[in-house]
Ligand binder design. Sequence first.
Ligand code: ADP
Ligand code: MG
Length: 471
Amino acid sequence: MVPSPHKIVWNNCLNIIKDNIQPSSFSTWFEPIVPLKLKSNVLTIEVPSHFFREYIEEHFIDLLGHSIRKELGSTAKLEYCVKVDSHSKGMPLPQQGQAQFQNKTIPFSRINRDEVASPYVIPGIRQLKIDPQLNAAYSFDNFVEGPCNRLARTAGLSIAEKPGGPFNPLFVYGGSGLGKTHLGQAIGIEIKKLMPEKIVLYVSANLFQIQFMDAANVKNKLTDFMHFYQMIDVLIIDDVQDFAGKPGTQNAYFNIFNHLHQSGKQLILTSDKAPVDLKDLDDRLLSRFKWGLSAELQSPDYATRLAILEKKCYNEGVEVPREVLEFIASQLTTNIREIEGTFWSLLAQSTFNKQPVTLKLAQGIIDSLVNTTPREVSVQDIQKTVCSYFGITQDVLLSKTRKREICQARQIAMYLSRNMTKNSLSSIGSMIGGKDHATVLHSCNTVCNLMDTDRMFRQYVTDIEKRLKNG
Ligand code: ADP
Ligand code: MG
């Protein structure tokens, strides 16, 4: 695959920048930037907000200028395209979508252009034009279906065909990097496709909160804020757990929710926790979240992980040896964002170092980037952690007692020993009170089945696994 020139140039710049700043600054301020085009010596990059642009100019302009000049020569120019301006404009309220040009004297020329207008209202005309803040890449086409997301995906598709129907609100929850944002956006995109006249708005809970705070302090602005949100047909709020501990924002959303729901408008929420586990959220709000459908996004199984990687290859038009895809899918099991990150690094490294995509390269990336090299965990570590998690002694764990809780703890210890160590079934068995290999295998299967059917049980296993991984 030959990547486009703007991507090559930008990636070379990133390599220089990366060597000169802290990794955390790099991931915060440079990873979100998307190179858009390169025309003669003008490189256009997309930044998420004005605030973001101002910040990088204030802090990294010399480095940025140096790296771009190194790539494109002394006449190099950088053009910013600000995609969504969340901070300086606050809420998506009246604003004419005019391009603004600013010029400061900086070490190299810069053209600054707002390409995507924020939502605006034309005064005196009831017709409302709102940028739904949707990213075309997050479509249903790109959302691979698997057992981990089937319910949520199907509900999402059904909402897209008939917003305001039985699944209202739709509450999508699951861990980080499992596709909540993607799915919320996909529903919005699909609705806009099928019903362009619908007013769809995607907004993170965080941005909603910033807008609310901004409005709450200024006369009349709060009314505008409420009116604005009450005009939406499909309101997608991402990461609603961020409302925790913010009663004012919750109250505003509660009123908006009621208004929209009563008018048959569709509400979609995503959260990193199930409604029952959302502490610090108003009960009135929580009870409403349960009115419609709650659907969980779970960690993808191997086949889905592989299908996601294959889809990426297809979309990017690249060929990656199947064994490499299988390797990534087998190593990164819990977070799709990490799987994607590894995929991108692999392509980037192979292109820039002119190396073929090999298993070895993939292994190196997984080790360095995601740092998922499993910590050396022993059967003893596992038994100890299981005991401390359930508050039992090791003697009890290894005893012959058939008490249900103890049996389950024992089975979890065997299951984790099998998944996290290289010990054979029979050695795992002998270390847990002289069981044979068939008993260990049976225990592992029991744990798998229980994890599928019992949410609480699944939580135990994931918690213990996390503790072990984090040392
Ligand atoms: P979350 O909001 O749950 O943290 P995201 O929606 O941001 O996760 O997803 C992380 C990444 O994984 C995104 O790039 C997204 O496109 C991708 N992704 C998640 N689920 C799927 C899926 N089922 N098929 C394809 N890509 C997915
Ligand atoms: Mg998200």
